[in-house]
Design a binder for this molecule. Structure first.
Ligand code: SF4
Length: 324
């Protein structure tokens, strides 16, 4: 998606279903400024599916889930990459395209999963389970990734685990993703106790209440949800897989058990589908705003750097994933 020749005024049609007219004027100055700054600085904005619609649909050049953003980050030939997402995503972009200036608009955009584990925790797991390969979800710091054999995302975790040809695999740090993958494979999965603070809050009772109050609703769940939630859903998959499901099946009414902005962003593409919207906000994703994207481009902040001592190992683990 390229909006480089657009202006805020010409973009409102894209988001009118999810941004009320009364709220739109608050965004237009920043959108116009960002569109100009992108041209001046030869910059692109990569936005995760959990970014708010005025970012996702109005200033982003590349959008998607963690896997899509990592793949696209590799081939960006602009001088500057602004990562509208959380810190580990910006680190992944820097790892895969080290010659570019990668900016994160707010250094506080972290992740409860990434914060649940350190590099020394991974070394301890290796000591405890010698010879067992370590698969690390990309929602971790570069230092943790560097200790891993290979990365995965929620979109490719099963394929990655099975590609290793090992009877046992250590899967870090998301316990629920690990248990959801364990239910689909004969490989024995050894999990860590990290949780996504957004997805762990959904419960099977939420789904039963939704089905009662919205008869016929199709329930899609993210695999970072507890396994009991995934078991009650009609389909479980990454944000990209959920979006794809809506496009292919066109359910009359759907609920996405994931971060709030995801429904808004998918709803823009599917005006014929009724989205029921119980959701949980990710406070880290919501630290990114039009105002701090604009400031990032104006002031060249915050530049993402990776310790060279960890960069090589981390890059190897990410590239090994992307090769599968
Ligand atoms: S939604 Fe969960 S996994 Fe994603 S950034 Fe927020 S806390 Fe981390």
């Amino acid at each position: 998606m390229s909006v480089s020749l657009s202006t805020a005024a010409s973009l409102y049609d894209r988001v009118r279903r999810v941004i009320p007219p009364i709220e739109w004027p608050a965004f237009t100055d920043d959108i116009d400024a960002i569109l100009v700054l992108k041209r001046e600085r030869n910059a692109v904005i990569l936005a995760h599916n959990y970014q708010t619609p005025e970012i996702f649909h109005c200033v982003a050049d590349i959008v998607g889930d963690s896997l899509a953003l990592a793949r696209r980050a590799m081939t960006v030939d602009a001088d500057v990459i602004v990562l509208a997402g959380v810190h580990f995503m910006a680190e992944t972009a820097k790892l895969l395209n080290p010659g570019k200036t990668v900016l994160i608009p707010d250094l506080g955009a972290g992740c409860s999963l990434a914060d649940s584990i350190t590099a020394s925790d991974v070394r301890l797991m290796r000591q405890r389970y010698p010879g067992v390969p370590v698969v690390t979800y990309v929602n971790t710091s570069a230092a943790v990734t560097a200790e891993s054999d290979i990365c995965c995302t929620s979109g490719n975790a099963l394929a990655i685990v099975e590609s290793l040809g090992a009877p046992q695999v250590i899967m870090l740090p998301d316990e629920y993703l690990a248990r959801n993958i364990a239910a689909q494979t004969k490989v024995e999965i050894i999990a860590w106790k990290g949780h996504c603070e957004v997805h762990e809050r959904f419960s099977p009772a939420d789904i039963r209440e939704l089905r009662e109050s919205h008869p016929g609703v199709t329930v899609l769940a993210h695999p970072e949800c507890p396994p009991e939630v995934v078991a009650e859903a009609d389909f479980a998959g990454s944000t990209a897989a959920m979006s794809d499901y809506v496009g292919r099946h066109k359910p009359a009414r759907v609920v996405l058990m994931t971060e709030c902005s995801m429904s808004d962003n998918v709803a823009v593409e599917h005006p014929d589908v009724d989205f029921v919207r119980p959701c949980n906000l990710c406070p880290h994703m919501k630290r990114i705003t039009l105002a701090n994207i604009r400031a990032a481009l104006e002031e060249n902040r915050h530049i993402v750097t990776i310790d060279p001592a960890v960069a090589e190992g981390a890059r190897r683990a990410v590239e090994r994933m992307l090769a599968i």
